[in-house]
Design a protein around this ligand. Structure first.
Ligand SMILES: [Zn+2]
Ligand SMILES: [Zn+2]
Length: 154
């Protein structure tokens, strides 16, 4: 049983915070499969600071979405990308020209996400609403294996 990784994400459209929860599918393959919506729209609260020491997780591998992933809870975007300048995640409507909701870095996304920086789930934490998800077969493939990143500001 592998550990989920939760990555704090900002909606590119509304700038609201949520967490994408990734599970490991095979060795080195991480699939987004659900989201958590923090009750408080503050970055520290949403990240889990203050109640338990969040265990920082840094994993590498192929990153994509599971077929069960519903996308951003605040807008219709079904994907996400990561900013090369601030390393944060934004939801993504699959337009190539993007603006980072965290640091306002703008540009064109390229390549693919090859690592995640997040935290282990905070069991029973007060800031997140946890919705049980149905078990899925372990051999499911990523439905979108090539989510992009925005090159860092030069
Ligand atoms: Zn969104
Ligand atoms: Zn950024």
């Amino acid at each position: 049983m592998s550990t989920d990784v939760e990555v704090l994400t900002r909606c590119q459209d509304t700038h609201q915070l949520f967490k994408i929860v990734f599970k490991q599918q095979d060795a080195g393959t991480w699939a987004a499969y659900r989201v958590l919506v923090p009750r408080v729209q503050s970055r520290a609260e949403a990240a889990g600071a203050g109640h338990t020491t969040p265990s920082g997780l840094h994993v590498t591998g192929m990153v994509g979405t599971d077929p069960t992933y519903k996308g951003c809870p605040f807008c219709p975007s079904k994907s996400f990308w990561t900013c090369g300048t601030c390393q944060e995640f934004n939801c993504w409507d699959e337009r190539l020209d993007v603006v980072c909701a965290w640091c306002t870095h703008a540009g064109r996304v390229v390549g693919k996400i090859d690592h995640l920086r997040g935290q282990a789930p905070s069991a029973g934490g007060p800031t997140s609403r946890r919705v049980p998800s149905p078990p899925s077969p372990p051999s499911q493939r990523l439905s979108t294996p090539n989510l992009p990143k925005l090159p860092p500001r030069r």
